[in-house]
Design a protein around this ligand. Sequence first.
Ligand SMILES: Nc1ncnc2c1ncn2[C@@H]1O[C@H](COP(=O)(O)OP(=O)(O)O)[C@@H](O)[C@H]1O
Ligand SMILES: [Mg+2]
Length: 248
Amino acid sequence: MNKETAVKVNGLHKIYPSGVHAVEGLSFNIDKGEIYALIGPNGAGKTTTLRIIATLIKPSNGKVNIFGVDVLDNPNEVRKMISYLPEEAGAYRNLKGIEYLKFMAGFYSRGSRSPEDIAGEAAEISGLGERLLDKIKTYSKGMKRRLQIARTLAPHPMLAILDEPTSGLDVMASMEIRDTIKKYREKYGITILLSSHNMLEVEYLSDRVGIIFKGKLLAEGAPSDILERTGAHNLEEAFRFLIREVGA
Ligand SMILES: Nc1ncnc2c1ncn2[C@@H]1O[C@H](COP(=O)(O)OP(=O)(O)O)[C@@H](O)[C@H]1O
Ligand SMILES: [Mg+2]
């Protein structure tokens, strides 16, 4: 049986006006229902790639389509299918958690689901319970990220794009967020594209990873396949092996 393709990226380039060539000929596909992680060090081009896929910036060259819809030809159609969590998402410090979720749900409400329905589910996904009644400025970094992850998954997007969902969080907070992402992927068949500079943690979360360095894909596959191919014990070791191989 042919799997449906959620994301097709073909020959993608991004050159910023400053002259920085942030993405250099990137190609990869993501199947429907997959968790796919772009991993690589800071400056590798992950955020740039995610922002292009999320229709926020335009590529200099190359094609991206989401469930068959081209991001340049039809960005509004793409926006209906996705939700996007920026790397450094702010969250209105003076709102209560629950107010923030209701506010965000207003943007995502479409089709049969009301904003109240989406906000209610987001409240549940966040796991913040009574703390949702407190202002966001009283939250820890981990609680803020849970709130944002919840507002991203609750609308059941066809594709959720999560830029560094667990960056800067401690082990417990990261584990909770990883579990939440997995749980809701399974529950609603949401396709997940995430990025991380933490190569070790995505090993446990992702079906497949793309290792990206200086705007190029060094390797791609299930974490176990990449380990086997490189003879590494973990993805960090595999990364070191791969950059030596390309002489970077
Ligand atoms: N808005 C921008 N203008 C110019 N250069 C940028 C911009 N955003 C990112 N870059 C540059 O593009 C490269 C890739 O950055 P980025 O996509 O943020 O990588 P990552 O998310 O992997 O850390 C870096 O060299 C970065 O400095
Ligand atoms: Mg980034």
